[in-house]
Structure formats: structure tokens, C-alpha cells
Design a protein around this ligand. Structure first.
Ligand code: SAM
Length: 273
């Protein structure tokens, strides 16, 4: 079993955990088994981000049809491919942010104990790649989990929360103590799952997500200030009137349905022109 404190400590004697890659390894087999049970289906491929020594990979294999894992660190890649041999496992060496996800045409599960430094870009990549996601299950620092389900008006409400809430039902599956990792991080974590709530529509999403990001471009500025470099004044007036918005409103005060209304006005205007 890879999720084992003695094994992980022994291996990491020679290899120092690399902070720059956010390396904290799971050492509790029961916790890992539970996460994999939530994340996988026996008839689907699971894509894993950051397999590291393979603690989670090993359990994902138990519950999945096959596993495709992306690891950035050559040392981890070498150890993993030497130690975990299974014809249902394919490991790619490289940055997940550069991975070509267009090759996955069928429904997939996605899972990872995500490195903190790159959690947000990884989530944007997964969401915006258009992957046909059956379930996305990630382990993140607890505060990041809170951010993903942040409500309108809260400090943590962001473009990522809007995109996530547009596409998924977000659940906090369990909280995880820092003590099930080696080396132990300074904070506790949470396992968050995302289940799709609507059919994917690539063309709609590309424009809609771009709008959402533009609205949050400068958080402290009003919506009007964020839009004025992008659209002409006539369209902006229409947006405020049709979406019934206060002139001083900021992006973090807009609900998902406000964003959808704004996008509707923009699309209507473009079609008229
Ligand atoms: N999955 C293992 C576990 O739970 O024990 C390791 C988790 S550790 C928090 C994060 C892993 O992601 C490390 O192995 C690290 O090298 C890898 N990683 C960091 N940045 C990455 C990136 N951009 N693309 C792919 N892997 C990355």
C-alpha cells in the first residue's frame, strides 16, 4: 500500500518534498480509499492530476476502468512508473496546464489532491476545456473549498465561483486533517465534489465565461468601469436597463442569473447589429 507512513517516509528520505510543486503526500489508506470511492466509477476513465508517489492512483485504479495521470515532477514520475505497474494506468510527465484534454471524447471522472499554488488555473482549465465530466473530485485547502461555493456579495465570490456554480452542484464531501499528509501542511483540507447540472454548450460557455472574467477584471471597480473598454456606451446602457442593475453595482454583487441576463443582452445586441 503506497498510502502508508513508513513507505512514504522511507522514499522521501532521499527525495526532499518539493514545496514549489505543493508536495504533501497522503499516508492514510482509509481516507484515500474513501476519496477514490467518491471519485470513480468502474466503467469510466479517471484523469488524475498530480499523482505524486501514487497513493491515490492505486485506489483510483481499484474503482475505475483505467487511470490517466499527469505529473510535473520527473522524480515522482520515475518512482511512480517504477513502483506502480498496471496496464490500466498511463502516466504523463508534464504540467497538467499544458495537457491536451481534447483527446477525451467520452465521459470521464477527474480527481486530484491539488497543489495549492496552482489550484485556480487547474480548475479553470478543467472547466473551460469542455471535458464531458461525470464527476470532479478534488482535495484542496479548506479555505479554497469555501471560495468555490462562495455566495454573491461575499469576499470570496469570484469568476471561478460563478463558472463553477453555473455548471455544477458543489458538495463538501469531507474535511481532512493535516495529519494524514507527509509532510503535514499548515492547514486542513477538504474533499469537494462537483456534479454537472446542465448539458455542455461550448459556444455559449466560451462567450459567457469570458464575460464573467471581464466583469471581475478589477474587483474594486464598478461593473461599468470594467465593461467600458470592451463595449460601446449604447450596449452598456441596454445592459443596465434590461438586466435592471444599479449604476454603482460591482461584479461581486451580481448573481448567476444577473450574469446570464447580461450575456443575453449582449448576444441580442450582437445579433441585431
Ligand atoms: N496525489 C499525491 C497524494 O495525494 O499523495 C500527491 C499530491 S501533492 C499535494 C501534488 C502533486 O501534484 C505532486 O506530486 C506534484 O509534483 C504534482 N504537481 C504539482 N503541480 C503540477 C502540475 N502543474 N501539473 C501536474 N502535476 C503537478
Amino acid at each position: 500500500m503506497i498510502a502508508n507512513v513508513n513507505y512514504v517516509k522511507e522514499v522521501m528520505k532521499d527525495l526532499k518534498a518539493k514545496k514549489k510543486f505543493g508536495q504533501n503526500f497522503l499516508i492514510d489508506a482509509n481516507v484515500v480509499d474513501k476519496i477514490a470511492g467518491i471519485a470513480c466509477d468502474h466503467d469510466l476513465t479517471t484523469i488524475e492530476i498530480g499523482p505524486g508517489l501514487g497513493a491515490l492512483t492505486q485506489m483510483l485504479l481499484k474503482y475505475s476502468k483505467n487511470v490517466e495521470a499527469y505529473e510535473i515532477d520527473p522524480d515522482m514520475y520515475q518512482l511512480l512508473t517504477d513502483n506502480l505497474k498496471d496496464e490500466r494506468l498511463k502516466v504523463y510527465l508534464g504540467d497538467f496546464l499544458d495537457a491536451d484534454l481534447s483527446k477525451y471524447q467520452d465521459k470521464v471522472n477527474v480527481c486530484g489532491n491539488l497543489p495549492y499554488y496552482v489550484t485556480t488555473p487547474i480548475l479553470f482549465k478543467i472547466i473551460e476545456s469542455g471535458l464531458d465530466i461525470n464527476r470532479l473530485t478534488i482535495m484542496v485547502q479548506k479555505e479554497v473549498g469555501d471560495r468555490l461555493s462562495a455566495e454573491v456579495g461575499s469576499e470570496d465570490y469570484s469568476a471561478l465561483s460563478v463558472e463553477v456554480q453555473y455548471l455544477f452542484e458543489v458538495r463538501n464531501e469531507m474535511n481532512i486533517s493535516r495529519n494524514v499528509f507527509y509532510p503535514a501542511p499548515n492547514v486542513d483540507s477538504a474533499v469537494i465534489s462537483f456534479r454537472p447540472i446542465r448539458e455542455r454548450d461550448k459556444e455559449f460557455e466560451v462567450g459567457f465565461f469570458e464575460l464573467v472574467k471581464n466583469c471581475f477584471r478589477m474587483r474594486r471597480k464598478t461593473l461599468h468601469n470594467n465593461l467600458k473598454d470592451l463595449y460601446d456606451e449604447e450596449l452598456i446602457e441596454k445592459i443596465y436597463e434590461k438586466a435592471d442593475l444599479d449604476s454603482k453595482i460591482r461584479a461581486q454583487q451580481l448573481s448567476l442569473s444577473d450574469f446570464l441576463n447580461i450575456y443575453d443582452v449582449i448576444r441580442g445586441y450582437k445579433n441585431e447589429g
